[in-house]
Every structure is written in C-alpha cells, then in structure tokens.
Design a protein around this ligand. Structure first.
Ligand SMILES: [Zn+2]
Ligand SMILES: [Zn+2]
Ligand SMILES: [Zn+2]
Length: 719
C-alpha cells in the first residue's frame, strides 16, 4: 500500500523532514519526503502506512504546528528505502515561519557542558529552538535571507546542517564559537563579556542587554539604588519592571506564578501575586500586588542568569513610551544615558519584538514566542489586512481560514512606532506573499491606523466598530455564532460620535446590536480626563447633582471642570467603564492623576478586600449615579478603601451579569481591556455561570486592543 500525504501548517524549518524520515524508517516504510510550496509532501509505502498516518501529527517535533494532513492512496511503486528529496523549484512558499523559541533542553545541556564544543556559547540553537521570525528578512526561509547570512558555517556546523539524523539538520541559525556570532561588552572589558556583565550587575551597574527581539535594561532587582536610578533615567514613573530569574525555584521566591506558563517555550513574562518577603527593591513595582517574572529564553540570558545568581530587573530598552531599541547604533545612542554598560552581539535583529505577557493562561500581550503563528478564522477571508486600533496596536493579515496577528506594536501616536507599524505590514505581506484586496479599519477617523488604511491605494476599505471587533475576536476564537457580550474598555469610537466603552452587545460576526451601555457622562477636557481621573469623579458627581470638591483638589479648578462638564465644551460624552473605574479610584483618594492609561483602575483593583461581599446599588440599566453617591458617602464616613473598592467591583459585576442575562442568550462574552481586572472578571463569570450561561473570554489573544485586528478580520471575513 502506498499513500501520498500533504502536511500543512508550520512544517518547514522546524525539523519536520528528518522527523518523517526517522518515523518512516522505524516503521520499515519506503518512500520520500520533501518541502514544497504547500508545506511538506510525503509518500510512504509498506505494511505500516496506517500507523504512520496516526503517529505523523501526534509525534511532530516541538516547533511544528500541523494544521492539516490530507492523505490519498496511490499505486505502489516498489521503490526501496526512504529518502529526503530536494524541494522542487518555484511555487509560492505558503508555509509559515515559526515563532522565536526558548532554548531547548538538549541545547541547554550543551551550553553548560564543559566538554561540549558549544560550552558557554551564547548563540547555541537547533531545529527545535532559537531565533526565527525576528531574524527573517525574506522568503524562502533559508540562511541567506536571515540575519545569519553574514556568518559562514564551519565544517563541523555544516556537517550537522547536512545530516538528516542530526538535530541541526537545516537549522538555519546553526552556529558555533568558531563560525557564528559573538557577544561583546561596550565599553570593552577583559575576559568573557557575559561574566564581566554579571560582575558589573553585582556591583550595582545598569547594563543594556541585546536579546532576541530587542534591547533590555538590566540591574540587580534587590539593589534599591540601582533600581531607583534605572527608573529615574528611564523616565518611567510607576509602571512595574519585569524580572529575570534563573529557574522556577527562583521564581517561587518572588511571586506566585503559573510555572507551566513560566517554562513554556514561548517564555512570556508571567504575572503573579508577589510574595510578601520577595527580595526585590521597592521601586521594582510600586503599589503593585503583582510581580512579572520571566525565565531565560535565549542562551545568552541563561548564562547571564547563571553567572549573576540573583534576580535581575529586565525591562524594555527604551526611554519612557518610545518603542524598544533593536539596532546596535540606535541602542548605543538612545541607551547611553541610561546604561553604564552595553552587552551586545553581532547577530542583527530584523523585526523588533517585545516580550509577551501572560497572567496564568490569559494573554496580556501577545508578541515574542507567539508571533507569527496563525490563528483560525471561521469562514473564508479574501486576502485582507486589518489595521487594528491605536494604543497597544497590532495588525493582522488573513487569507482563507487563517489569520496572522502581528507582534505588539504599541502606541501609534509615536513616530517610531508608526514606522514599525507600516514596515511591519510590508514585511509580513512579503513573507506571506499576501496582497490585501480588502483593508479593514476602526471607525475612529483620527486613529493613525484608520488614516493608513484609507491611504492604501487600489483596495477596498471597510470600517468595523471598535467594540464589535472586541466581541467578534472572542466569537471567532471560540467558533460561536451568536452571543451577548459585555465589552468594557477605556476608549472606543461609537457610530454616534461619542466615546463608547461600557457596552452590552448582542449578535454575531457579521452584525451586532447595542442593547445596553453604561449611563453616559462628560469627559471634562477630553483626553485630559484620562490623565486626571479626578475630572471623571467631578463629572460623575455633577451628573448625580453634587458639586462639593474632593479633598486635595483645588476648589477653583474643580469648579472650572464642573462647568466644563455642564456645558459639554471640549467634553465628549462617554459610556466608558474604564473612566468609571478612574472616577471611583479618584473618589477613594487613590489617585488624582496617572502616568499611564488604566493605572488608577489597576490600583483600585489591587486595593479591594476580597472578603467583602456587599455591593453598592447598580441596576441592570447600568446607571451609576446612585453608586457614585454611595461611594462618596462611604469615603466621607471613613469606610476603608479596601471595602469601598470591593463593593464597587461587586456592584459592577452583578449589574453586568444581570444586564447580560436579560438578553436571554445561552452564551456570554466578556472582553475589552477592563476585563483584565481579575476581580471583575471572576465575579461576573461566577454570576453568569450560576445562571447556566456559558462564558467566553479571550484566550489566544489579549482582551485589550491587541485583539482588535483579529476581530476586524473576523467581521470582514464573515461579511
Ligand atoms: Zn535546541
Ligand atoms: Zn561552526
Ligand atoms: Zn478597546
């Protein structure tokens, strides 16, 4: 019996052919395997063909993502033996490039084995691990079109690369100390550069470290002075710093993190509740109950973690809100004022890539390690580009039933970021050989992503409402056709020209209707109300008929802002749940101004007493005036913030569940950035599940605007 099988998915450059070769030989089958334009083509002949087809997807190598195997019986040829054949020339390489992947156990053993020729070599990798997407300049995925082109393999590396039974067979970034990239320290120091960097870190230095997707800034996490200096030089006032630890045991001393996530091959930053005695400086994560912890993801980071032996701050190499530096010259210039030393290497990074962030199994930021793995779309999309939103922006390309969501790009209002958005689109279009026939965008006319979409020549364009995109992303991921959903976030453009963000939607992918929302209030001064949450407190109190200022706010300013809210001048109406959280945080006296969006709400959640079960009044119509008055009264009576915060969260969760249940649907979606609030999410979910409603939340993508591009693609495909 002879079978021809087509394997589709991420199956090239991941050790798939040697794997097939080994499996066929083990089962005593004849035939061949080759890479072609569609993925991998296999023909096998012999007794065990059935067992081969069973085991083929099940035992695939770690980086392979087998999406489909199509097998057909063909006439036997009687050929002897099994061979790996050359790829036929020409044709479109439709196969996907794998994400960058953490060092595998085999490479790790070599890295720390004094007898191995790659002992302490910071660039050890194989077909099962190492850099991928960040070093690719073009297709086909072959060494000359990666940033490894500058390095010629030595005889020993070449032999591995050519040997189908070797774990480095066709491993494009294969290298060794004789022929590959090298690390160096600036300014130069004698001896091993990583050991020297580790010594400097122990002595309190700040070191810029070039990684896989860009530069980080590192210092000793327990060193109060070094961490405070880093914060001051980086102009990063409050946002928590991530930490690098050697292994899971070291992570356990810092925070209660999900170890499976910590050691997953994507190697994200994992958020978890900090231990009260965590040995880190106060300035690492001021006023935060959580710490973000990461295990080493490249051999260089493994060496650095081993050589230091203590937790390191490892935060993005940038100043304030700029994108992370990834080119040597740029990093040396931009980080010169921040870092005392720079640990560089001479393998270029082609695509900038931030670290991914997860909490448990929920993604907060999907980037390095995940991108560019394809996500499934229901239905079939024409070749399209979805441009996403504005903050936490991503874009997505789609064709047929697959969508490729880009890495986290960040706030497009920054010139550098906007450039990486446009360059990123061009790059991924080239890699996927995808020419969009349709470009999808947000309805917000001022988003730079919308402007970019409308300026693309010769394509059809289509707008998708922001919260419908949030809703659709979850429906598409879970392959559900119809649901009711609460989409709570900071800001999204509503078709009525107001700022939406506390929406109850019902419907499906092609269309949905708005069946409820938070009561609208003014955002006094527009954007200023995002930076200064006390303005939202003022607007809500004015809405509820109260004019007395909050303690700590100048009475004249309060009166001005209240007048703005009454007149509506430069003060758009908003139904934003994020802004309501801001108002409550300000009423509690937690925060009158913020340095990043969502800060007040995050601190409000952190303050909540989880044992408090009572709730403020809030009906299913989501009119929060009575709630705001109750909060103000409790604060005035001296009720602890922990209690007030918990009663607010309980009220919002219960009212949201009631509003959703009133729609009479069996499935409910909870998404939008505000649902990154664990307390709100858990409580709302519990109330819905108690009423036997199935609750869907985003899994493969974040609940925040990082998921918008996928939702836009899903809506466009469904339409
Ligand atoms: Zn490896
Ligand atoms: Zn070599
Ligand atoms: Zn949003």
């Amino acid at each position: 019996m002879r079978v021809r099988a087509r394997v589709e998915g991420t199956v090239q450059g991941v050790g798939f052919r040697p794997y097939v070769h080994g499996l066929a030989r083990e089962l005593g089958l004849a035939g061949f395997v080759l890479n072609d334009a569609h993925g991998v083509l296999v023909e096998v002949e012999g007794e065990a063909v059935g067992r081969f087809l069973e085991r083929l997807p099940a035992e695939a190598p770690p980086l392979a993502q087998v999406e489909r195997v199509r097998a057909e019986a063909i006439a036997a040829t009687g050929e002897p033996g099994f061979a790996i054949r050359e790829s036929p020339a020409g044709g479109r390489p439709a196969t996907a490039i794998a994400p960058d992947t953490a060092t595998c156990d085999d490479c790790l053993r070599e890295l720390f084995d004094p007898a191995d020729r790659r002992f302490r070599y910071p660039f050890v990798n194989c077909t099962n691990c190492g850099p991928r997407f960040t070093i690719v300049r073009g297709i086909p995925y072959d060494r000359p079109l990666t940033t490894m082109a500058a390095f010629t393999m030595c005889a020993a590396c070449r032999a591995e690369y050519d040997d189908p039974s070797d774990r480095r067979f066709h491993a494009q970034p294969n290298a060794c100390p004789q022929c590959g990239p090298h690390a160096r320290l600036v300014p130069d120091a004698p001896g091993d550069p990583i050991a020297a960097a580790a010594r400097a870190l122990a002595g309190g230095a700040i070191v810029a470290v070039k990684g896989i997707g860009g530069f980080h800034l590192a210092c000793r996490a327990a060193d109060e002075r070094a961490v405070a200096t880093l914060r001051a030089r980086k102009h990063r006032e409050d946002r928590p710093f991530a930490l690098l630890v050697r292994d899971a045991a070291a992570a356990r001393e810092l925070a209660d993190v999900d170890e499976r996530a910590l050691l997953a091959r994507e190697r994200p930053i994992v958020l978890g509740r900090r231990r009260p005695d965590a040995p880190v400086a106060e300035a690492v994560a001021p006023r935060s109950r959580d710490l973000g912890v990461m295990a080493p993801y490249s051999p260089l980071h493994h060496l650095l973690a081993a050589d230091t032996g203590f937790p390191l701050v490892l935060t993005s190499g940038n100043v304030s809100d700029e994108p992370i530096a990834y080119r040597d010259d740029d990093a040396l210039a931009r980080l010169a004022g921040i870092a005392d030393l720079c640990l560089l290497h001479d393998r270029a990074i082609h695509t900038r890539m931030d670290d991914s962030v997860v909490r448990g199994r929920r993604l907060i930021r999907r980037s390095r390690g995940y991108v560019p793995a394809a996500l499934r779309l229901p239905g079939s999309a024409p070749p399209l580009l979805a441009c996403g939103a504005e903050l936490k922006s991503t874009f997505a390309l789609a064709r047929g039933d697959r969508a490729w969501v880009s890495h986290h790009i960040g706030d497009l209002a920054n010139y550098e970021t906007l450039r990486s958005f446009t360059e990123g689109i061009a790059h991924l279009e080239r890699l996927l050989e995808l020419e969009p026939e349709l470009v999808v965008h947000d309805l917000h006319p001022e988003y730079l992503s919308t402007k970019y979409a409308l300026e693309r020549d010769g394509v059809e364009t289509r707008g998708v409402q922001h919260h419908h995109a949030h809703f659709a992303a979850v429906l598409a991921e879970h392959r559900v056709e119809r649901a009711v959903g609460a989409i709570y976030d900071g800001t999204g453009y509503g078709p009525d020209g107001t700022v939406w963000g506390g929406e109850i939607l019902r419907g499906g992918l092609p269309e949905c209707e708005r069946i409820g929302h938070l009561r609208p209030v003014r955002m006094p001064g527009g954007e200023a109300a995002i930076r200064e949450p006390w303005r939202m407190a003022c607007a809500w109190l004015a809405e509820a008929g109260v004019s007395a200022p909050l303690p700590g706010v100048d009475a004249a300013r309060w009166a001005d802002v209240a007048a703005l809210a009454r007149s509506g001048l430069a003060s758009p109406l908003t139904t934003s749940a994020g802004r309501l959280c801001d108002a409550i945080a300000a009423l509690c006296g937690l925060r009158h101004s913020v340095t990043y969006e969502g800060q007040a709400a995050i601190e409000l959640e952190a303050a909540a007493d989880p044992r408090e079960t009572r709730a403020y009044p809030l009906d299913a119509e989501l009119d929060a005036r009575e709630l705001v008055l109750a909060v103000a009264a409790d604060v005035a009576r001296g009720v602890p913030v922990a209690t007030v915060s918990a009663r607010f969260h309980n009220a919002l969760a219960d009212a949201t569940a009631r509003a959703l249940l009133a729609a009479g649907e069996r499935v409910a979606v909870l998404s939008g950035g505000v649902f990154q609030n664990e307390l709100l999410l858990t409580r709302t979910t519990a109330a819905l599940e108690a009423a036997r409603v199935r609750v869907l939340t985003p899994r493969a993508l974040p609940a925040n605007d990082g998921g918008i591009s996928f939702g836009q693609a899903a809506v466009a495909a469904a339409r």
